[in-house]
Design a protein around this ligand. Sequence first.
Ligand SMILES: [Cu+2]
Length: 159
Amino acid sequence: MRVLLYAALCLLAAPFAASAHDYEHNAIYLSHPWIVEPPPGAPTAAGYLMITNDGEDGDQLVSVTADFAERTEIHSMIMTDDGIMQMRPHDGPLVVPAGGDVLLEPGGLHIMFMGLRESLKDGDNHAVVLEFETAGEVVVEFTVQKRDGAMDMSHGDDS
Ligand SMILES: [Cu+2]
């Protein structure tokens, strides 16, 4: 019942809900991986998802690779002394504590896809390989979405 209700809420809340999708791999649960559609010709794009660890042990994301990008980095956002939001490589490994989750979302942590080899268009799906230290490797389809529509999604609140 809770699942049905949740699905209904999502449909009401966001026109893009149809593209929301989840993956389960060992103890790791990956929710709604998506990439903000970059401007044409942009060299980078930002990816987001929620990573949940249902396991007894902590885990960490050790690598992210994708055919469409030369390399990736995990970035976090910091506020500079001038009050400007700036991104920089995340300090150390991205740890997902046992029984906890890590949310990568606009304005916060994100996967930076760098050296884009192809244009990423709204509605496209692109395979990305996430490797976890304990759970191992999982291939996830990231859906490209325009930022405006995607910003309407507030899945974090009701999960
Ligand atoms: Cu970044």
